[in-house]
Design a protein around this ligand. Structure first.
Ligand code: ARG
Length: 465
C-alpha cells in the first residue's frame, strides 16, 4: 500500500499535503456508474499481470496472487459483497485498492507500465465488444419476428403510402420486409464498427507509451484483440468508436421509432389495420373504453434520449486537446443509457410483433379505394405505346371523372374508360384490381407475389428460420 499519510490513502496520494475535500470526491467520482465495467476491468488486469510475469516484470507467484485475488474480487462483486467506495473514485481504483488490501505487496505491482488512461479505454472497448454482440443477437431476433409475421401475411394486400396518402397497393409482407432490410443494415453497421472497437489500447500507458519492456501483442492475444493500436496518444484520447456505436444505436432506435409510429397509426380506430394483444397494451385511468399502444409510443419517445446521447458525445469531444482529459469520464453515462434504452426496445418490439394481428377484412376494404391502381392504368397505356406523360394525363382525367361520379377505376365500364383513350380494351380490368396491380410489379425489389416470396425465402435462409 501507499505509505503516504496524505491524500487520505489515495492510490495517487504521495504528492498531496491535504485531504481531498468530500465535495470534490463526490463531484469527481464515477464509481456510481462505471462499476458496471468490473468484469472487463478484471479481465484486462489479469491479462496485463500475465504479460508482466512473462516479461519478468513481476514474479510468477505475484502474478498468481494477482489473478486469483482478482477472481475473488469478481466473485464478491457478483454476490453483492463488495463495497464500492466513492473516495476511490472509479472502478479501476476500487478494484486495485481491494486487491492490494487482499494480497499485499504483489497487488501494488499490478499497475506497472499502465495508466488508468489506457485502462479505461481498454475497459470500454471490451464492454462495447460484448454489447455489440448482444445487440447483433437482438437484431437477429427482431428480424426473425419480422420475417415470421411477413410469412404469416404473405398474401395480404394493404395500401402503400407516400405523403401519408394512399399510393399503390403492396403486400403486407413487402412492407414488413422493408424493416427487415433496415435492421439488416444496422446489423452490418455494428459488425463494421466492431473492427474499430476491437483494437487493444493497453500499453499506451498515460499517453506516450512506456520504457518498461512490455509485450502488447501478448495482451492482445489473451484478450482476443486482432490488432494493437498504432499510436499511444490516439489510444488514450479517442472515443470515436463510442460515437460510432452511439450513432448506430441511434439509427436502430430511429428505425424502431418509424415502425412504432406505423403501429400506433395502424392500431387506431381510423386505420384499424392491426390488433395488438391486450397483454401488450394498457388502459386509461379515466376513459374506460381505451386500449392504448404504449409500447410503440414509448419506443418512439425514447428515441429522443438516444439521439441526445449521440449529441452529448459529439459535443463532449469537439474541443478536447490531445490526449486524455477528465472530460472523457463523461462518455459513460450517455453510452450506458443508450445501451439500457435500445436493448430493451429491441427486445420488446420483437415480442410485440409476435402478439400482433393484421385485420385482413379491413385491409381488403382499404385497398379498393383511393384510385391506387391509377399508375397501373398509365402503365397499361404505355404498353399500348402511348408516351408516359400522355398516359399520365389521360389517367388524371379518368380519375377526375371517377371522383365526380363517385366511382373507382375498377367500377367504371369499358365505355366509361374508353372516353379517355380508345387504346383501352377489356383486358384492362386485370390491372385495375389490387391483386392485379401487386402482381404486375415484377421488377427486382418490387411487391409482386413471386418477388416477395423469393425475398422471404432468402430472408428465412439468412436467419435460419
Ligand atoms: N474514471 C476515469 C474515466 O472514466 C478513469 C481515467 C482517469 N484517469 C485520470 N488520469 N484521472 O475516464
Amino acid at each position: 500500500m501507499s505509505k503516504s499519510t496524505n491524500g487520505a490513502g489515495k492510490l495517487w496520494g504521495g504528492r498531496f499535503q491535504e485531504r481531498t475535500a468530500a465535495s470534490v470526491e463526490a463531484f469527481t467520482a464515477s464509481i456510481q456508474y462505471d462499476s458496471r465495467l468490473y468484469k472487463y476491468d478484471i479481465a484486462g488486469s489479469q491479462a496485463h499481470a500475465r504479460m508482466l510475469a512473462r516479461q519478468g516484470l513481476i514474479t510468477e507467484a505475484e502474478c498468481e496472487a494477482i489473478t486469483s485475488g482478482l477472481t475473488e474480487i469478481e466473485g464478491e462483486i457478483e454476490r453483492g459483497d463488495f463495497v464500492f467506495k466513492t473516495e476511490l473514485e472509479d472502478i479501476h481504483m476500487n478494484i486495485e485498492k481491494a486487491l492490494a488490501d487482499k494480497i499485499g505487496a504483489a497487488g501494488e505491482r499490478l499497475h506497472t507500465a499502465r495508466s488508468r488512461n489506457d485502462q479505461v479505454a481498454l475497459d470500454i472497448r471490451l464492454y462495447l465488444r460484448a454489447e455489440t454482440g448482444h445487440f447483433q443477437n437482438l437484431l437477429l431476433e427482431l428480424r426473425r419476428s419480422l420475417v415470421r409475421l411477413a410469412r404469416k401475411y404473405q398474401h395480404t394486400i394493404m395500401p402503400g403510402y407516400t405523403h401519408m396518402q394512399r399510393a399503390q397497393p403492396v403486400l403486407v409482407a413487402h412492407h414488413l420486409l422493408a424493416y427487415y432490410e433496415m435492421f439488416g443494415r444496422d446489423r452490418a453497421r455494428l459488425a463494421d464498427g466492431l473492427k474499430r472497437i476491437n483494437v487493444l489500447p493497453l500499453g499506451a500507458a498515460a499517453l506516450a507509451g512506456t520504457g518498461l519492456p512490455i509485450d502488447r501483442h501478448y495482451v492482445a492475444e489473451q484478450l482476443g484483440f486482432p490488432v494493437v493500436s498504432a499510436n499511444s496518444m490516439d489510444s488514450v484520447a479517442d472515443r470515436d468508436f463510442v460515437i460510432e456505436f452511439l450513432s448506430t444505436a441511434a439509427m436502430i432506435q430511429l428505425h424502431l421509432s418509424r415502425l412504432s409510429e406505423e403501429l400506433v397509426l395502424w392500431a387506431s380506430e381510423e386505420f384499424s389495420f392491426i390488433r395488438l394483444a391486450d397483454s401488450f397494451c394498457t388502459g386509461s385511468s379515466i376513459m374506460p373504453q381505451k386500449k392504448n399502444p404504449d409500447i410503440p409510443e414509448l419506443i418512439r419517445g425514447k428515441t429522443g434520449r438516444v439521439t441526445g446521447n449521440l449529441m452529448a458525445l459529439l459535443t463532449l469531444m469537439k474541443g478536447l486537446p490531445m490526449t486524455y482529459n477528465r472530460d472523457l469520464q463523461e462518455d459513460k453515462e450517455p453510452l450506458f443509457d443508450t445501451i439500457d434504452t435500445v436493448g430493451p426496445s429491441l427486445g420488446i418490439m420483437t415480442e410485440l410483433l409476435a402478439h400482433l394481428e393484421f385485420q385482413q377484412e379491413r385491409l381488403a376494404q382499404a385497398t379498393v379505394g383511393g384510385y391506387m391502381t391509377a399508375t397501373d392504368l398509365a402503365d397499361y397505356l404505355v404498353r399500348q405505346n402511348i408516351p408516359f406523360r400522355q398516359a399520365h394525363a389521360i389517367v388524371g382525367r379518368t380519375v377526375a371523372y371517377g371522383l365526380a361520379q363517385g366511382r373507382e377505376l375498377h367500377e367504371m365500364s369499358l365505355d366509361d374508360l374508353r372516353q379517355f383513350s380508345d387504346k383501352i380494351s377489356d383486358d384492362v380490368f386485370a390491372v385495375l384490381s389490387a391483386s392485379g396491380s401487386v402482381n404486375s410489379r415484377v421488377s427486382a425489389g418490387g411487391t409482386a407475389g413471386k418477388t416477395v416470396a423469393a425475398a422471404l425465402e432468402l430472408a428465412e435462409r439468412e436467419l435460419n428460420l
